[in-house]
Ligand binder design. Structure first.
Ligand code: AHR
Length: 514
């Protein structure tokens, strides 16, 4: 027996430096929450790009793939479980080439166009305004319509607002009725152009600011529908764009957008979505977390011009951007999604919660088959990605009260001089008084023992779910769709009023405390 114990101890001593463990501690302040995590932080984005719309969300009513009035049943059912708060459409870059009148009325009358931004694919306009807004109704989410400023005109945008939201006997409301929709839709969120510094018109901020003011003037509030107008904002580190917009537009806009992708660079290879090593993985975490500094700097500029925080920061594109999957169509941005992407989602959402007194919406790019998507489809097959599972696990934070916390954990120096804390965490309290904590152990090799002090909150029960997998490269395929999926988590215990959590290496957990 003694020999056996010795052997076990000796083995532990040899393996610990590699498969060892770390410790972390957290203090959560359950009575000090003052800001709400808007559900819109969990927003999505659907662009006419690759197979996001056609094949992914929409197959048309005549398809052999089971569908409801043209929308794929399997995708609809999966998306409903995410409690999607809002869906941005039709782009992206596509939005500034899209002419909405081409996508209404009888199918046979709808003209075709070339989707110049995305592989030169022919767009037949069979998915248009009605198809999008009806999808939002099926999903129970708010539409976010991004209008064409780059190649459109003021009249076109003004008429789109009227067509969708006017109840009266106006010309556009009559046209809508003629096309089969009696009642106006309620659409609050309107984007006035997209990436106007680039694919949306290559403009300078001073010029766009004036153009925004002009377009916004003619977008009216019809019949109780109050517009929330979102100006096209900066990319990443372009603080001057935010400065000029805040100075020249200010409270004429309700929101100002920001785009930030976790990407290695815009030219050359962005790296494989699935074939990467631990060094690449940690680099990705560093690049993903750098968004915090970017958000803080844009917020500091906004605070200078708008101390009462009337203008929301809308991060309406974010996520990972890898090389397209080999064998897929160039320009369609179809990429796989691994545990690494799940970490990007978890770390991003955890940090977004901190800034929700200014950050009012975020939209991961994109919902199906494009970039860091929730779902991948191929013909009649569908898989849920690891990122989908994070959005499903983290949805408990939607509209809950953000709880401040202190966190002490080890950090790792990674490539490009960035530093990555090895634990990511966030906590919130919902309207029933239940506390949810989302935790990620970023460490690829070591488990982490976390001690959580909830400041005398009496804990009756703690339940959890975990997403983990033997390798950070693991992902779901059409052949093996359930390789990565959440399981019940039994690693949280209550000890002397504190929560002791043992997080396995490379794992993401959600805890519910009652
Ligand atoms: O999400 C893909 C593209 O990235 C969008 O169309 C554009 O806005 C951004 O550059």
């Amino acid at each position: 027996m003694k020999t056996l114990i010795y052997l076990v101890l000796a083995l532990a001593a040899i393996t610990l430096p590699v498969f060892g463990q770390r410790n972390a501690s957290m203090r959560i302040y359950p009575t000090q929450g003052s800001q709400q995590i808007s559900k819109h932080i969990y927003g999505h984005f659907a662009e006419h790009l690759g197979t996001c719309i056609y094949g992914g969300l929409w197959v048309g009513p005549d398809s052999d793939i089971p569908n409801t009035k043209g929308y794929r049943n399997d995708v609809l059912e999966a998306l409903k479980k995410l409690q999607i708060p809002n869906l941005r459409w039709p782009g992206g870059c596509f939005a500034d080439e899209y002419h909405w009148m081409d996508g209404i009325g009888p199918l046979s009358d709808r003209p075709k166009m070339v989707n110049n931004n995305w592989g030169g694919t022919i767009e037949d306009n069979s998915f248009g305004t009605h198809e999008f807004l009806n999808l939002c109704e099926l999903l129970g989410c708010e539409p976010y319509v991004s209008a064409n400023v780059g190649s459109g005109n003021v009249e076109e945008m003004a008429k789109w607002v009227e067509y969708i939201t006017s109840e009266g006997d106006s010309p556009m409301a009559r046209l809508r009725r003629q096309n089969g929709r009696e009642k106006a839709w309620k659409v609050k969120f309107w984007g006035v152009g997209n990436e106007s510094w680039g694919c949306g018109g290559s403009m300078r901020p001073e010029y766009y600011a004036d153009l925004y003011r002009r377009y916004a003037t003619y977008c009216r509030n019809y019949d109780g529908n109050r517009l929330f107008k979102i100006a096209s904002g900066a990319s990443d580190y372009d603080y001057n764009w935010t400065e000029v917009l805040m100075k020249n537009v200010g409270n004429r806009m309700d929101g100002l957008s920001l785009h930030y992708y976790t990407v290695t660079g815009w030219s050359g290879s962005k790296g494989s979505a699935t074939d990467f090593n631990a060094d690449d993985y940690y680099w990705t975490m560093g690049k993903c977390l750098e968004i915090e500094d970017v958000i803080q700097k844009h917020i500091a500029i906004m605070d200078k011009y708008d101390p009462d925080k009337k203008v929301g920061l809308m991060l309406d594109e974010w996520g990972t951007w890898w090389d397209e999957e080999p064998g897929t169509i160039n320009g369609h941005l179809f990429q796989q999604n691994t545990m690494r992407d799940a970490f990007v989602a978890a770390l991003s959402l955890n940090l977004f919660h901190k800034y929700t007194n200014r950050l009012k919406m975020t939209n991961i790019a994109q919902i199906v088959n494009v970039l860091q998507s929730m779902i991948l489809t191929n013909g009649n097959k569908m898989v849920l990605t690891p990122t989908y599972h994070i959005f499903e696990m983290f949805k408990v934070h939607q509209d809950a009260t953000y709880l401040p916390m202190d966190l002490i954990c080890d950090k790792l120096k990674v490539r490009d001089n960035r530093e990555v804390p090895l634990i990511s965490a966030s906590a919130s309290k919902n309207s029933n008084g239940n506390i949810h904590i989302t935790l990620a152990n970023v460490d690829n090799d070591k488990m982490n023992n976390i001690s959580i002090d909830l400041q005398n909150v009496s804990i009756k029960t703690v339940n959890g779910r975990i997403l983990t997998s033997p390798s950070i490269n693991d992902h779901n395929t059409f052949e093996n769709p359930n390789k990565v999926k959440p399981e019940n988590f039994n690693g949280a215990k209550i000890e002397k009023g504190k929560l002791k959590v043992v997080l396995p290496a490379k794992s993401i957990v959600v805890l519910e405390i009652k």
